[in-house]
Every structure is written in structure tokens, then in C-alpha cells.
Design a binder for this molecule. Structure first.
Ligand SMILES: NC(=O)c1ccc[n+]([C@@H]2O[C@H](COP(=O)([O-])OP(=O)(O)OC[C@H]3O[C@@H](n4cnc5c(N)ncnc54)[C@H](OP(=O)(O)O)[C@@H]3O)[C@@H](O)[C@H]2O)c1
Length: 309
């Protein structure tokens, strides 16, 4: 560390080995000489339910802000959480609360990645309807153990005034090699439902998460691109832009429910609160054009590499 680091904003990240955590680290490190030259990023390997370890790392790294990307989502999917409830509670409830509470005691701002999977369409919020779920709306979905843990934490952490809770949903990235990418997930399903949903394009929203962290913004935000996208719309784009020979099959929500252990939700989250601060966030349809362009470039590059090998 050089002396200039004393004036830099120090961020300590938990869950840095995960999909979202590693993207934040990469984003900051690859732009360290550009827009992030005022940031020092540090990684904690502490288990977040272990208060002493969390306190120790905060003492060592002396962060101005904390970003929490630690949590369990289940592998290969959230069905895992149904059979591993204690592990899920330990990370998603005890761990998240411990980390936020320690930071609160020390007066440190925390950005926590939560989920939008705590809402489901209902009679007042219909697919393609005018009513969307606002940050202030009561949770109406705890149909999976994963969602239940996230909803409990949202409820309890609303008392903590050092917190920025970012609800992301069905995250999308510009690499279909990433198994967590929602595009990759639905490409690999045997059958897909076709429902409009809010989604989060990480290329658009992670830089904004970092900006919100630096600015110390607090409160709950639906962290999604404006608009909704249906599964078939994404798969049709994939066919058009990447592989015209790709085929897929639909099935109903009722048929889907029969093959899953945990429930799944579908929703349209209101993003006007986020847009009031960051009006430049592209609509999901505009963003997907860029995402598929990026995927196509990657594939063309890979083909050239394969030819030259
Ligand atoms: N991916 C999604 O679809 C999605 C959607 C909405 C919200 N989110 C939320 O975003 C956050 C990050 O998700 P992700 O996709 O990056 O998950 P991920 O790839 O599974 O990574 C999770 C990270 O959390 C760490 N972790 C888990 N339990 C921990 C504990 N008790 N103490 C310390 N570290 C722990 C893991 O480290 P180890 O491997 O060492 O345990 C890993 O680094 C999660 O809270 C998730 O609920 C994700």
C-alpha cells in the first residue's frame, strides 16, 4: 500500500469468492487507475456468522464501507436450501444480521445484496398490469426456504440505519459461460415457463452499487433494470443473435411446480426510486441488445482462438 491509500475510500467485501463478489472485485481492480482510483478494496475470508472473525477483519482493514455478497443461494439452485435449512439460516440470517450489527456498532455503512424474490404476482399485481411492487410494499412471497430467510432479514434489518439493501433479481451477465447467469440457466432447462419478470443486468447495476456504497446511500432499493422481460423473449434473442438452430419448449407454472422442490416467484418490481438517482439505467430490452452483442463477440473471439490452436 502506498501513502496515497490513506485518502482513499476503503471497502471491505465479504463473499468475494462468489459470482457477484468476484465481479465487484474484478470491476474495481480493472478500473483502479480510472474511475476507481479513489477506492481501496479488501477481501474478508471471515464466516459472517462468526462475530469475532468479522470484528477482527474490520479491525484489521478499517473499512469506510462494507459490501456483503456473502449468502447461500443453493447449488445447483434454491431447492438445495429446502434440504439445508440450518446452513441457509447460518449464512443468510445469522451471518447477515451479525455482519450488519457489528458494522452498526462501529458506525460503518453496509451495502447488502438481497433479493427481489420476496414478491409474487397476485390479484393486485398481475403480469403486464400497471401495479408493480414498491420497496415499501409488504413482502408477499416466502414460498421457498431461501426467500423466507431473505424476507426475515429484510424485516429485521429495517431497524438498522447504516444499511443499503439492494434487491437484485434473476441476475444476467454478458457471459453465458457463467452458470449463475439467468440466460445460461434458462438455456439449459429442458422446459421453461414464459412469464414477465424484473431482472438485474450486472454490467449496468454493479457500477451503480459501488457508487451508492461510496456515497453512503441508505435504505432499500429494487435493483433491477426498468421494465420486464419474458423467458421466451430472451430465448428468441439468443436464437436471433447467437444460434438460430437453438430450440426450446415451454410448460406452465403448474407443470413447473411439479418438478421443483421449492416454490419460485415471478414479479415486476418498481424501480422509480432507483431511477430517481440513476436515470441512465437502460431498460431491460435495451440492455439485452448490448448483452447479446457482448456474448456474440465472445463467441467469435473463441472461434478465432479455436481455429488458431
Ligand atoms: N445469483 C442469484 O441468482 C442471486 C439473485 C438475487 C440475490 N442474490 C444474492 O446475492 C448474494 C451473492 O450471490 P452470488 O450469486 O454471488 O452467490 P454465490 O456465487 O453462491 O457466492 C456466495 C458467496 O458467499 C460466501 N458465503 C456463503 N456463506 C457464507 C458465510 N456464512 N460466511 C462467509 N461467506 C459466505 C461464499 O463463500 P464460500 O463458498 O466460501 O461459502 C461465496 O463467496 C447472495 O446473498 C444472494 O442471495 C443472488
Amino acid at each position: 500500500m502506498n501513502n496515497n491509500n490513506n485518502s482513499k475510500h476503503r471497502i471491505l467485501i465479504f463473499g468475494s469468492s462468489g459470482w457477484i463478489g468476484s465481479k465487484i472485485i474484478e470491476l474495481i481492480k480493472t478500473n483502479q487507475d480510472k474511475q476507481y482510483d479513489n477506492i481501496c478494496i479488501f477481501e474478508s475470508k471471515a464466516r459472517i456468522q462468526n462475530r469475532e472473525s468479522v470484528e477482527r477483519d474490520i479491525g484489521i482493514f478499517k473499512p469506510d464501507s462494507i459490501i456483503n455478497c456473502a449468502g447461500v443461494t443453493g447449488r445447483p439452485n434454491v431447492d438445495w436450501c429446502e434440504d439445508h435449512q440450518i446452513e441457509t439460516i447460518r449464512s443468510n440470517v445469522i451471518g447477515t444480521l451479525t455482519l450488519i450489527d457489528v458494522a452498526y456498532e462501529k458506525g460503518i455503512h453496509v451495502t447488502n445484496f438481497g433479493t427481489g424474490c420476496i414478491y409474487n404476482y397476485d390479484d393486485d399485481h398481475k403480469p403486464f398490469g400497471n401495479e408493480t411492487f414498491k420497496e415499501t410494499d409488504p413482502v408477499n412471497y416466502t414460498g421457498s426456504f431461501y426467500s423466507k430467510t431473505k424476507a426475515i432479514v429484510e424485516d429485521l434489518t429495517s431497524s438498522y440505519k447504516n444499511l443499503l439493501m439492494l434487491r437484485i433479481r434473476m441476475p444476467i451477465s454478458g457471459s453465458i459461460k457463467e452458470q449463475r447467469n439467468f440466460i445460461t440457466k434458462i438455456l439449459n432447462y429442458e422446459k421453461v415457463v414464459n412469464v414477465p419478470n424484473s431482472v438485474s443486468v450486472l454490467e449496468d447495476l454493479l457500477p451503480i452499487s459501488i457508487d451508492m456504497t461510496i456515497k453512503g446511500i441508505k435504505g432499500v432499493f429494487n435493483m433491477c433494470n426498468p421494465g420486464v422481460v419474458c423467458h421466451n423473449e430472451i430465448l428468441e434473442l439468443y436464437k436471433k443473435e447467437i444460434d438460430p438452430s437453438y430450440t426450446y419448449q415451454n410448460f406452465s407454472l403448474e407443470e413447473q411446480a411439479k418438478i421443483l422442490k421449492a416454490g419460485r416467484c415471478n414479479n415486476h418490481l418498481d424501480v422509480s426510486k432507483l431511477l430517481s438517482l440513476y436515470p441512465q439505467i437502460p431498460t431491460i430490452q435495451d440492455s439485452l441488445i448490448d448483452i447479446f452483442r457482448k456474448i456474440r463477440h465472445q463467441q467469435q473471439h473463441q472461434e478465432i482462438v479455436n481455429i488458431n490452436e
